[in-house]
Design a protein around this ligand. Structure first.
Ligand code: APR
Length: 309
């Protein structure tokens, strides 16, 4: 059986850490791509030299040439630039849309059957760019955000209650940003909703911390943004797809009527398997949740409108 091949575009913090996780799990051969010459080659070689110690035999190649990515099963897109001081939100969108559109075009041309996982921010908008640039159907263009957001929520819930993160499940919906909607009544410890375990003000505090989870890390790091948890979350999606696990994971998904939304990428729970998006996992929202969800959807719609024509 041919080995799986995953291309990771962007050999920065998130990309290189994702490549490391995939290789060390022996899940697939990895091609690491960046625009900077030497960077993917150096990190790729360094990762390969860890293999004898770790004991895996995944091949890792660092390159600036998309020809090396041909025939990939999955393309992970992390390339982009962070928002710099003085840069407007729209400037960032235009710059990263140019980067993501360009790399996706190059990569999709040589891997026409691949599944694309977008990680570059602003996430929901970059998913639109990737779908357009690739011409792939929605089943094969997904964004990583909800797994990370719910991992953050799980971490905070587990710490608050002094229980293992393993026994905590959390549910988040909506765009990847401060309007995201943590759904506490579906967030549980061993099956018990946290709304029955914590007073409302504590639940609200955990939800707010989750919605601002990315900014909290940026504030601590001063330069750069989170990458360990984003890479672990991306890995979980890659693993669900390559091993056809039918995991139910929150992913940025192009909705075509589900949750009352048409023609927009929004984070919702989906079934992930070898075909990529296999099913949208639709649930009923309460009136209050619907208001928060609509607000989040509108925030995504505004960002998409800021995309250069
Ligand atoms: N082609 C290929 N690689 C590119 C291109 C391009 N056109 N433009 C930029 N890159 C590369 C950069 O050279 C850099 O190595 O993308 C990499 C981005 O890495 P970092 O700056 O370390 O950013 P990182 O922390 O990895 O975050 C990447 O993921 O979570 C999101 O918000 C985050 O959008 C950001 C992305």
């Amino acid at each position: 059986m041919a080995r799986n091949k995953v291309t990771v575009i962007g050999a920065g913090n998130v990309g290189a850490t994702t490549a490391q996780r995939i290789a060390e799990a022996g899940l697939a051969d990895v091609v690491l791509v960046d625009i900077v010459e030497g960077l993917p080659q150096g990190k790729g070689l360094d990762l390969a030299e860890a293999a004898p110690v770790v004991g895996h035999d995944a091949a890792i190649l660092g390159t600036n040439d998309y020809a090396d990515t041909a025939g990939s099963d999955i393309i992970v897109v992390t390339s982009g630039i962070p928002r710099k001081p003085g840069m407007s939100r729209d400037d960032l969108i235009a710059t990263n849309a140019g980067i993501v559109g360009g790399v996706v075009k190059s990569a999709a041309a040589v891997s026409p059957d691949a599944i694309i996982i977008v990680v570059t921010n602003p996430l929901d908008v970059m998913c639109h760019v990737a779908m357009q640039a690739s011409g792939f159907p929605r089943e094969r263009v997904l964004g990583m955000a909800g797994v990370l957001d719910s991992a953050r929520f799980r971490t905070f819930i587990a710490r608050e209650l002094g229980v293992s993160v393993v026994d905590v499940h959390a549910f988040v919906l909506g765009g990847h940003g401060d309007t995201m909607v943590p759904l506490s009544r579906y967030s549980t410890v061993a099956g018990v909703p946290i709304t029955e375990l914590l007073p409302p003000d504590r639940v609200k505090a955990l939800e707010d911390r989750t919605a601002n989870g990315g900014a909290e890390i940026v504030g601590l790091l001063k330069t750069g943004s989170a990458f360990y948890a984003p890479a672990a979350s991306t890995f979980e999606m890659v693993d669900a797809i390559l091993r056809d696990r039918k995991r139910v994971l929150p992913c940025a998904t192009y909705l075509t009527g589900e949750f009352g939304v048409d023609g927009l990428y929004v984070g919702v729970p989906v079934v992930l398997g070898r075909g990529g998006l296999e099913r949208v996992f639709e649930i009923e929202l309460t009136a209050e949740e619907r208001v928060a969800f609509d607000k989040s959807v509108n925030a995504v719609r505004e960002l998409v409108a800021a995309l250069p024509a």
